[in-house]
Design a protein around this ligand. Sequence first.
Ligand code: SAH
Ligand code: SF4
Length: 398
Amino acid sequence: MTAVAPLEKTPLERYVAPAKPSLVGLSRVGLSEKLALIGVSEGARKMRAQQIWHWLYVRGAKQFDEMTSVSKELRGALDAHFTLERPEVVAEQISVDGTRKWLLQLPGEHEGERPHQVECVYIPETDRGTLCVSSQVGCTLNCSFCHTGTQRLVRNLTPGEIVGQIMIARDRLDDFIAAKDVPSDSPRLVSNIVMMGMGEPLYNFEAVRDALHVASDGEGISLSRRRITLSTSGVVPNIARTGDEIGCMLAVSLHAVRDDLRNTLVPLNRKYPIKELLEACRNYPGVSNARRITFEYVMLKGVNDSLSDAKELVRLLKGVPAKINLIPFNPWPGSTYECSDWEQIEKFSEIVFNAGYASPVRTPRGRDILAACGQLKSETEKLSARERLALRAMAMTD
Ligand code: SAH
Ligand code: SF4
């Protein structure tokens, strides 16, 4: 373990817990503590916690009643004090390319306050299904090309709200092993997770870490840590702990090769310039040629897409086990940038490729429903009142 540096945080809105809390997202220890509160004896707690864990994360139980291996009395006691609620789905949109976006409603800080909203996106591909998970309502970092950064209200999500997004995706895609006889090694629709939704995950480190521990637990949701990628805009002091305490794959939003330009695109660069960021990447615990760091680079026409930028990118990343992910810029209402021309992206990509890097250009997915990278901003006003009602009704009848 590297020395534990103090965690960096930003002041945010608070979350007010509901009167009857949900058990979704608790650690096994947390779950045992809840069982203690309702009088389950110390000797029985571990076994009971294990049973509940299985029903919740393998079978996707929504009600305690479904947990037939748990005694009726205990089911009643659990039901009197807790729920298995996931965040509320207020809208579901399905793109022409099969991408799905869910708008989730979360409690705010005060009673009567407008509820907070956050988005979660599922991207099906031939060999995998990736869920793009949010870590905060909004984001404090204001990258100039990102829609999420324009949202005023910001609060950290709880581990339950982060795990809840995975639960919702599995619920809606019918991706839990139900009571029906399905072999447990059959491929899952949600096979990968990327912490690339709304928010900066490393400004909500503890909740993200705890949620990802639940997601990677082999007796539950069971996603390998190699199939979980956390993307950061570069919160340098929290990068080592990500490797040590989460052990997931790392993606870094680089987007520029010079500090002057990166200062304007990713303002956090003023605090943690490129050199420090790359140093933290070189030292990322567990990094190797088999476990490379992904560098994300959004293609902005006439801003960061020259061929000398491509050459400088290759030079900068020398000695870092890296993959480079070129992302076509996704426009959003009011954005001032344009996406680079396709020929330019190809030329840029060729330089990166010839230097020995795999350089896939990320195909934009779900653009028609504003579900692509950087387009997320919870704003139900985008839908007409009629659409909102229809979607809400759909969410409630499923
Ligand atoms: N806050 C984290 C993770 C969420 S953003 C981060 O910044 O890394 C996920 C990715 O989408 C980041 O690489 C981000 O830079 C990129 N992105 C943001 N806005 C975008 C846009 N309009 N078009 C394309 N990519 C964008
Ligand atoms: Fe926040 Fe990431 Fe958007 Fe920057 S790109 S504003 S860090 S969500």
